[in-house]
Design a protein around this ligand. Structure first.
Ligand code: GLN
Length: 196
């Protein structure tokens, strides 16, 4: 299976390293033919407005959306979570998403004071030690439809906010497992999401 990492902006190199630790040689994806050549795609963390602008400018946005609709396994982390959402609360003007998960996400949900933090998370179907969640100006899932499975969530002031979700072959995390050296979330994507 050819797994691509969208390499327009953001921490795509860290995803390539995480895939390598799982025994998979990830391919950097920058062009239409790159996208056509991969079986699965990771959309990295970074800046969702920039990634979406570049994807449109390079003529990749519609192709990615179509491949997601056609069932290409896709995993978005942080900015990538925003890009696979159906809609965004407070989007930058003209910011569009590729879609894939029937959810509305709130960008920069944790606010300025807590722009970045780490915490241990439980993640459905991943046993053992907790997953270390690295949140960097992260979104959360504000609302979601019945087809969405919540894999991990955090509670703030008594309100539960999903921070990892899956709908069929599309998965998203608000945090960055690619920055922790723990590749269990990538393995979950490769073994559970890609193979179903
Ligand atoms: N806040 C960023 C955005 O809106 C996401 C940050 C990240 O990917 N670490 O795209």
């Amino acid at each position: 299976m050819n797994v691509g990492v969208l390499a327009l902006q953001g921490d795509f190199r860290e995803h390539i390293i995480a895939l390598g630790e799982c025994g998979v040689t990830g391919k950097l994806v920058k062009t239409e033919s790159d996208i056509e050549a991969v079986d699965a795609l990771i959309i990295p963390g970074g800046e969702s407005t920039t990634i979406s602008k570049l994807a449109k400018a390079f003529g990749l946005a519609e192709l990615i959306s179509n491949r997601i609709v056609d069932g290409m396994p896709t995993y978005g982390s942080c900015a990538g979570m925003i890009l696979v959402a159906k809609s965004i609360i407070d989007p930058a003007s003209d910011q569009e998403t590729f879609g894939g998960v029937d959810m509305e996400v709130r960008r920069n949900a944790f606010g300025r004071q807590t722009e970045s933090f780490e915490m241990d998370l439980t993640f459905k179907s991943i046993s053992g030690a907790p997953i270390r969640g690295v949140f960097i100006r992260a979104p959360w899932v504000e609302s979601y439809g019945p087809g969405v499975e919540v894999l991990s969530s955090i509670e703030i002031s008594g309100v539960t906010h999903p921070v990892a979700v899956r709908q069929g072959r599309v998965m998203a995390t608000a945090f960055h497992p690619e920055l922790t050296g723990d590749n269990r979330v990538h393995r979950y994507f490769l073994e559970e999401v890609c193979k179903k």
